[in-house]
Unconditional design. Structure first.
Length: 263
């Protein structure tokens, strides 16, 4: 039994290495010429179409990742909205492309320092967030311009990945920008990514990733909602679909029913 467990650990380690190598290889061989082609054509907002195709038809099939999208009817037909999601795995970024389509990201500025990768991030319309708040001045207007240019932008307001899948509190940035610049917000819940590609272990496991798409929050719908309330409401909505939260709610309801019967 121990030997079998060790073999599973080793195979997970090998799959993780191959997963990242496959992504890097695809970025160089397939992504680079596609980026150049779309840039020449003046259609840069369509560049991540190649990501959707590559992950859906190559990588996820090779590594046994199945994506199930719930609430497809909530996905706007017109591009130009902010995707707000929980964050527990590097895989979160990868599953958004085939599930929701062409998307750029708001990400840590440190990622732009990586050779080639920084150029790719710029090319697909990603927006860096700097540690120094002063360097982020005007970001809301830049996001607004991206949306007007028919980009979708994804953001993980927790700021960093959760190690156990439980959500951290949301940071204020994107919600303040949404209020000030009238940005539509599409909340989604990512379930199962940390089991397939956990933060705390160097391993890759086949599995099912569920994506729950909640109703779009238009600027008009939260116009009179204070920023802090909007932030917390979005957090609670996204968290409500996570298994641990649903178990907590079910237990709370069970305890309430038991208490009522005893009374």
């Amino acid at each position: 039994m121990e030997g079998f467990t060790n073999l599973q650990v080793f195979m997970g380690f090998v799959r993780a290495i191959l997963y990242y190598l496959t992504i890097f290889t695809g970025m160089i061989i397939l992504g680079t010429p596609y980026i150049i082609y779309k840039s020449i054509c003046g259609r840069k907002s369509e560049i991540t179409n190649v990501c959707s195709f590559y992950f859906k038809n190559v990588i996820f099939k090779l590594f046994g990742i199945k994506i199930v999208v719930e609430g497809k009817e909530n996905i706007p037909k017109e591009r130009g909205f902010i995707i707000v999601a929980n964050h527990a795995s590097f895989l979160d970024i990868n599953v958004i492309w085939p599930a929701l389509g062409n998307t750029a990201f708001i990400a840590k500025a440190a990622l732009w320092k990586a050779p080639v990768f920084g150029w790719v991030l710029n090319s697909i319309g990603c927006i860096p967030v700097h540690k120094n708040p002063r360097m982020n001045a005007g970001m809301g207007k830049l996001v607004r311009k991206r949306l007007d240019d028919k980009y979708n932008i994804a953001v993980f307001p927790e700021g960093h990945r959760s190690e156990d899948g439980r959500m951290f509190k949301f940071q204020n940035g994107i919600f303040r920008m949404a209020k000030d610049n009238k940005l539509p917000l599409l909340p989604i819940t990512l379930i199962g990514t940390s089991e397939c590609l956990p933060k705390v272990k160097w391993t890759m496991n086949p599995g099912v990733v569920r994506i729950v798409v909640h109703p779009l929050q238009t600027p008009e719908s939260f116009e009179n909602t204070p920023m802090n309330d909007l932030r917390d409401e979005m957090h609670d909505l996204i968290e409500s679909a996570l298994p641990y939260k649903q178990q907590e709610i079910a237990q709370k309801n069970l305890d309430a029913d038991t208490g009522a019967k005893e009374a």
